[in-house]
Design a protein around this ligand. Sequence first.
Ligand code: 5GP
Length: 179
Amino acid sequence: MSEKVTLLDKTFVKYITADKIDEAIAKVAADIMLEYRYDDPILLITLNGAIVFAVDLLKQLDFPCRISCVKLSSYSGTESTGTINSLIGLNEDIRGKRILILEDIVDTGRTYVHLHKMLMDAGAKDVRIATMTMKPEAYKADLPVHYVGFSIPNKFVVGRGLDYDGYGRNLPDIYQVES
Ligand code: 5GP
């Protein structure tokens, strides 16, 4: 794929190659296997962004598990709005279950905190998170982030499931907005 892409009014520069992302996901999958292989967890995919990461990850998990999806939204364009909307909620009984949230990116952590509370309130045994990318400089929550593919600077990224107003999710590499 090309070194630069233009989506709507912005140009993005290649930042992490598909090969490196595959390697990082394989490492995350290995760590998840060690923790969950006897626990029959539910892997909770946050739509839409985490779909691509989840597909890549799930194929590498060789133990009994189930998946479920939720859809939350806190972003508009390249900015977090600070308000989290639940667009599709949890529709199954998770009491006593271990839940592993799958995220494309953890930024401020607001979405994670919101989801963590919702899942614990619904009776989950425990809640952890695996994310393809994380922005440590932007993270404001106290909850631990358990499995991280890449820690990245506080700049807007697209690709590999991450979008700019709906575009760019299909890019196999991750691109950073051009300054
Ligand atoms: P948080 O609640 O942690 O602040 O934000 C999490 C959500 O914000 C992510 O699931 C994602 O939808 C969006 N987000 C945060 N940073 C970025 C970014 O750099 N690129 C894209 N495409 N989305 C982001």
